[in-house]
Design a protein around this ligand. Structure first.
Ligand code: NAP
Length: 249
């Protein structure tokens, strides 16, 4: 792709955290950004204003991407406004952490639905437009937990591991249409998701990170930008950005 200037980028779950940092980075690079959110209307609208103030163009679109119809509506509204979708970042995610003994069927289903099934729904909706345009870039937010597993996160790790399988298969199937598909596996990054961890548990986690600190959202956002601008020959890969907390063997 070479440049994000004028590219249309959809970021799911972009009202806060990593999604917001990614949307901001894309806007800064000159993209037209679709800021999807589920409940956080105000932060999403503030982000749109920040992007516009920075000389970019953005809209916010409410939609629960774990619902196939709302995921379709997100892409439909993108096409209505901007006429195309060049980049899709499947970032929306939640966690409901309990050990298997306590995990309910509802906890399982909810996390799989938001963290995994949503990516299929948005890709399913965006695919015809990317194919018609002759290419596109899809980036799926996984996690090092999808690679390593983690106590209390059976639902989350299954969803994030599923995201990696989905990414590899989609990469193989869609290469012929000029569409690349990659995943990012962050470690602990300082967002609301990590802020929710109790302080003593956080200190313990910090000791497990060889680089001795949590990551910053913009360190993930920069990687997304790299994959979009310089990643034409990268597909089917999982990019670990984790301070060394998980090192593949
Ligand atoms: P976060 O701060 O909790 O933000 C989550 C975002 O997802 C919010 O914007 C939220 O919007 C949105 N969202 C949740 N459910 C949604 C739905 N059904 N439809 C649309 N949007 C929805 O989380 P984060 O830390 O930025 O994490 C972003 C992604 O990175 C997630 O997939 C997460 O699993 C992954 N990740 C994070 C870390 C980390 O350390 N932070 C590490 C590895 C992977 P509303 O507020 O509007 O609901």
């Amino acid at each position: 792709m070479g440049t994000l200037r004028e590219a249309v980028v959809v970021v799911t779950g972009a009202s806060r955290g990593l999604g917001a940092a990614i949307a901001e980075e894309m806007g800064h690079a000159g993209a037209k950004v679709v800021v999807n959110y589920s409940r956080s209307k105000e932060p999403a609208e503030e982000l749109v204003e920040r992007i516009s103030g920075d000389g970019g163009e953005a809209i916010s679109v409410q939609g629960d991407v774990s619902d196939p119809e709302q995921a379709q509506a997100l892409i439909d509204q993108t096409i209505e406004k901007f006429g195309r979708v060049d980049v899709l970042v499947n970032n929306a995610g939640i966690n409901i952490d309990r050990t298997l003994r306590k995990l309910t069927v509802e906890d399982w289903d909810k996390v799989i639905q938001v963290d995994l099934n949503s990516a299929f729904y948005t890709v399913h909706a965006a695919l015809p437009h990317m194919m018609e345009a002759g290419g596109g870039k899809i980036i799926n937010m996984s996690s090092f937990v999808g690679e390593a597993g983690n106590i209390g996160q059976a639902n989350y790790s299954a969803a994030k591991a599923g995201m990696l399988g989905f990414t590899k298969t989609a990469a193989k199937e869609l290469a012929r249409y000029g569409i690349t598909v990659n995943a990012i596996c962050p470690g602990f990054i300082e967002t609301d998701m990590v802020a929710a961890i109790p302080e003593d548990a956080k200190n313990k986690l910090l000791q497990s990170v060889p680089l001795g600190r949590f990551g910053q959202p913009n360190e993930i956002a920069r990687a997304v930008r790299y994959l979009v601008e310089d990643g034409d020959y990268i597909t089917g890969q999982a990019l670990d950005i984790n301070g060394g907390v998980y090192i593949r063997t």
